[in-house]
Design a protein around this ligand. Structure first.
Ligand SMILES: [Zn+2]
Length: 622
C-alpha cells in the first residue's frame, strides 16, 4: 500500500521492521531498542509531512517479561495513582495500566510514561478507573480487550479501505434525510461524497409505532453494505437507538464515537432491549447486535482528526449537550467541502459542561437542530433557574417533606445532582433506577466535563462522590428512603411512564408536605404531562397488572430551563460565533413549524441560504 511504503521510506531503514494500519493510524513496529526509546522527534517530522497519525511499537521479542514489567511499573508510579490492574496485549506490544489517577502514571511532562516505555519496551496505554464502580465501563473494556485478535484484523481492514485508491463514482456531495428532518426522533442522515458513504446518527423515535420507529432504511439510496462508516453524535436513543440493528443485519463497518458516548449508549441499548422484551413480541434487535456494535467501535477524543473513508476526514468537538456529545466536522476531499453536523447542542454553560465548540477552521454547510428554534423558545436565565430549583427544594425540606424528581438516567439527573451539591444541600439525596450506573460513567471521563467542573474534580471536590448521595438498589432501601424525611429522591423514568418512580409516586402522592418536581420535558400523553395539566386523580398501573386511582395531594412544581438544548437565542449565538460564516444552513431535528421558523430567522439575520427539508429529501452540497 502506497501510504505504508511512503512512511517506511521516510524513517531510518534499519529501524522499521514492518508497518501496519489500525484504522487510519499507521503502526510502525521496530526491532531497534534505541529507536523505540527515542523516536519522538523523527516521527513528528514524518507526521507533519504526511498528516497521518503514527504510533511506534516494539516487536514482541524486545518486550520485557510480563512480571518484570509489572514490577517496573509499580516501582515508578506513585501509590497515589491507585493502580487497579496491569494487563497485556502481546499481539500489539501494548501494556494497559488501569489507574484511578492516570495523570500520576503519565508523570510531569510525560516523564513517568517515557521511563516505563524505555525500561519495559512495551507501549503503555493508560485507562482511568472510574471513582464509582461501573459494570458497563468494565464490561466494554473487557469485550474490547478479549477481542484483541478480532480488533487487530478489523482495524487493519478498515485502514485498507480508508487508504484504498477508490475511483470516484460520483462527482457531487449530497445529504439525504432518513429520519429526524422536520420531526424529533429517529435522527439519521446519509452523506454521499464522490468516493464514500457515511451515515450520521441512527436513532429511533421512542413511543412511535412501527413505521415511524426507525429511520427510513427501505429507500434505494440506503444500503448498509455500502457504508464506509457510521458516526454518532451522542447517546440519546433518538440518535443511537437503531445502531445495533445495523450490526444484526450484518453491517461490519466502523462506528465512530467518543468513549463516553459508547459507554452511555451501551447502557441505554441494554435497557432498551429489556423494555422491548417486556413490551413487544417483535424486538428490533437483541444483545447480539449491541455486542457487535461495541466490537466495531472506534473511539475518538475531541479534536482528534481521523480519516474515516477514502475522501472523508472526521473531527469530533464538544457539543455541550450531554457527556461525550459531539459536533461532527467532516472534511470532504482535499478542501472540496466542509460540513458541521450540530445536533444536539447547547451553546450555553451548564453546571457540567462547557458551551458548544465554535472554532472550526472551515464550515460551508451547517446542519443544526431546531428543537427550540421557534420565535417564542427563549429559556430563562440559568442562575435564575437554579435559584427556583433550590427554592422549591428548601421549602419542602422546611416542612419536612420529600422532593420527588422524575428524571432520565443520563445527564439531567447528574446536572440536578451537581446543582444540589453546588448549592450546599445537606440532606440525603436518594438515587433510584439506572442513575447510579450512569454516574459511574461520568466519573470515568472527567476530561469530557466543563473546565470548571474538571477543576473541582481534580481538586478533590467531585460532586458525584458527595456523601449526600445514596443509592437505592432494593425494595428495602426504597422503603427506608420514605422514612428518611426530609430528603430528595431522584428516580427514573423521567416522564412517569413506568420505572421505580411510580412506586415512589404511589407512596408520596397523598402527603401534601411532599413535592413532585419536574425538571424535564413531559411529552403529550405521558402521566407527567397529565399531572402538569392539573389532574388530581390519576389512573396508574398497579402491581397486579390492573389500574388503580391515585389521589394526588402532594405539591407539583415544574422548573423550565434546565434543558441540554440551545434555546432560540443560543442557536443564533452558535451560528454567529462560528469562526467562519457558513454558506448554507440546514435546519432539522424539530417540529415541522420550528425547523421552518429557525430557517427563516437564520436567513434573515445572517443572510445565508437556509433549508428546512423533510425526511427523504436530498440536498446537493457541492
Ligand atoms: Zn439529545
Amino acid at each position: 500500500m502506497e501510504i505504508l511504503e511512503k512512511v517506511k521510506s521516510l524513517l531510518p531503514k534499519e529501524a522499521v521492521s514492518r508497518v501496519e494500519l489500525e484504522g487510519s493510524e499507521i503502526i510502525v513496529y521496530t526491532k531497534d531498542r534505541e529507536f523505540f526509546r527515542s523516536h519522538e522527534d523523527t516521527v513528528k517530522q514524518v507526521v507533519s509531512q504526511i498528516r497521518k497519525r503514527i504510533e511506534v511499537r516494539p516487536e514482541k521479542n524486545l518486550t520485557l517479561d510480563e512480571e518484570a514489567t509489572k514490577e517496573i511499573i509499580k516501582q515508578h508510579v506513585p501509590e497515589d495513582a491507585k493502580i487497579k490492574d496491569i494487563y497485556f496485549e502481546p499481539e500489539r506490544s501494548i501494556v494497559i495500566i488501569a489507574a484511578q489517577k492516570p495523570g500520576l502514571v503519565i508523570g510531569r511532562g510525560g516523564e513517568t510514561f517515557r521511563t516505563i516505555r524505555g525500561e519495559t519496551l512495551w507501549m503503555p496505554r493508560i485507562e482511568r478507573v472510574p471513582a464509582i464502580k461501573s459494570d458497563i465501563v468494565e464490561n466494554i473494556r473487557k469485550v474490547i480487550h478479549s477481542e484483541v485478535k478480532f480488533r487487530k484484523e478489523f482495524l487493519n481492514t478498515i485502514g485498507e479501505r480508508i487508504f484504498s485508491e477508490r475511483k470516484s463514482s460520483r462527482d457531487w456531495v449530497r445529504i439525504i434525510g432518513l429520519g429526524g428532518w422536520r420531526e424529533v426522533g429517529r435522527s439519521a442522515a446519509l452523506l454521499e461524497t464522490p468516493k464514500s458513504k457515511v451515515l450520521l446518527d441512527c436513532g429511533i423515535k421512542a413511543g412511535a409505532t412501527n413505521s415511524e420507529l426507525i429511520p427510513i432504511f427501505n429507500t434505494k439510496e440506503f444500503d448498509y453494505n455500502e457504508l464506509d462508516a457510521v458516526v454518532i453524535s451522542h447517546s440519546h436513543l433518538d440518535h443511537i437507538g437503531a445502531v445495533p440493528m445495523l450490526y444484526e443485519y450484518g453491517f461490519d463497518g466502523p462506528l465512530y464515537v467518543t468513549t463516553p458516548t459508547l459507554d452511555l449508549a451501551t447502557l441505554l441499548w441494554f435497557d432498551y432491549v429489556d423494555v422491548m422484551q417486556k413490551s413487544t413480541t417483535n424486538p428490533i434487535y437483541s444483545a447480539r447486535g449491541i455486542k457487535e456494535a461495541v466490537k466495531h467501535a472506534i473511539t475518538l477524543d475531541y479534536g482528534e482528526v481521523s480519516d474515516v473513508a477514502p475522501d472523508v476526514r472526521l473531527t469530533l468537538q464538544n457539543a455541550g449537550h450531554i457527556l461525550g456529545s459531539s459536533l461532527i466536522h467532516l472534511h470532504v476531499g482535499e478542501g472540496l467541502h466542509n460540513i458541521v453536523y450540530a445536533l444536539d447542542q447547547k451553546f450555553g454553560r451548564t453546571t457540567l459542561l462547557d458551551p458548544a465548540f465554535t472554532d472550526f477552521q472551515r464550515v460551508e454547510t451547517l446542519i443544526m437542530e431546531s428543537t427550540y428554534g421557534g420565535a417564542q423558545d427563549i429559556m430563562p436565565n440559568r442562575a435564575e433557574v437554579e435559584k427556583q430549583l433550590m427554592d422549591v427544594v428548601n421549602a419542602t425540606i422546611e416542612r419536612r417533606g420529600i422532593i420527588l424528581i422524575p428524571s432520565f438516567s443520563v445527564e439531567r439527573a447528574q446536572e440536578v445532582m451537581a446543582i444540589l451539591v453546588e448549592h450546599g444541600l445537606e440532606y440525603p439525596v436518594y438515587l433510584d433506577g439506572m442513575i447510579w450506573d450512569a454516574n459511574g460513567i461520568f466519573t470515568a471521563y472527567p476530561e469530557y466535563l466543563g473546565r470548571n467542573m474538571q477543576k473541582n474534580i481534580f481538586q478533590g471536590n467531585d460532586p458525584f462522590l458527595s456523601p449526600i448521595f445514596k443509592r437505592i438498589a432494593s425494595q428495602q432501601e426504597r422503603e427506608k428512603a420514605w422514612e428518611d424525611k426530609p430528603c430528595v429522591i431522584v428516580s427514573t423514568s423521567g416522564m412517569l411512564n413506568g420505572g421505580p418512580v411510580m412506586q415512589h409516586l404511589h407512596n408520596l402522592a397523598e402527603d401534601p408536605k411532599n413535592t413532585l418536581l419536574f425538571v424535564g420535558y413531559q411529552a403529550e400523553g405521558s402521566i407527567g404531562r397529565r399531572i402538569q395539566k392539573g389532574w388530581k386523580e390519576l389512573p396508574v398501573p398497579a402491581e397486579n397488572g390492573r389500574t388503580t386511582m391515585l389521589e394526588l395531594k402532594m405539591q407539583v412544581e415544574t422548573i423550565e430551563g434546565l434543558s441540554g438544548h440551545s434555546d432560540k437565542n443560543q442557536l443564533l449565538g452558535f451560528v454567529g460565533h462560528l469562526n467562519t460564516k457558513p454558506e448554507r444552513v440546514i435546519c432539522v431535528h424539530g417540529e415541522s413549524q420550528k425547523t421552518q421558523e429557525l430557517a427563516r430567522t437564520i436567513n434573515r439575520i445572517f443572510r445565508v441560504p437556509t433549508d428546512a427539508p423533510r425526511d427523504l429529501e436530498s440536498l446537493r452540497l457541492k
